[in-house]
Ligand binder design. Sequence first.
Ligand SMILES: [Zn+2]
Length: 250
Amino acid sequence: MLCDAHTHIETQAQVSSYARQNIFCVASGGTPDECADLLALRGAYGGMSVSFGLHPWYADRYSLEQMEPYLCKASIIGEIGLDSVWCQVDPGRQREIFLRQLDFAQQRRLPVILHTKGCEQECAALLSRYTMPKVIHWYSCEHHLEHFLEQDCYFTIGPSVRQDPNVLAVAERAPLRRLLVETDGLSGIRWALGRDLTTRHLGAVLRSSIEAIAALRGLTPAEVEKLVFDNYSSLFTRGLPQSPAANHGV
Ligand SMILES: [Zn+2]
């Protein structure tokens, strides 16, 4: 059973595609509008979980009070974090929003999905104060991986695992019981692979990452698929249905 531990979903057609391919997924809402859209879409597919958190790119456009109704509905918080590469948002504002959301998750013992782009060292230092389950999303920094390994973090391996030696290093070094795979949605796949794939290819993209991990770790793809599923199940869900398509009509 395939699991996409971090994705972005915008349409009913994308939800249906996950359902048709029997792929469990965690879809992330990074703004109040995205969260509202995901709540409307979620009911259609029992295998879809949601994670909510004000994304660092939007930390200056929304208040945390605007996000709060959605945070209160979430059983997974994220993606949250810091970014000094892909956005111009004031670092102090990013840090304030990040820390308040970490406090929220810690109080409720909720897992967090983390965006660390360009701020890996600072994120590791801030995270070391917290004990909730931490999921490092598509880590691709050449440095500082050991600080996240020390904290027993989970890692979602991104679709660039075959192209990016830094992603490969994560797939090689993360404990097997902490490995997950992700697509980051269609835009993430496009960015990583430079090809305009459609939702029909979601399963193939995840399988390709699983095969790359299997080759690195001396396991079969079936063994890696099973351990990734077990990690996903124990981390994100309580009482998954037998099949993600079993309890709905998509
Ligand atoms: Zn993402």
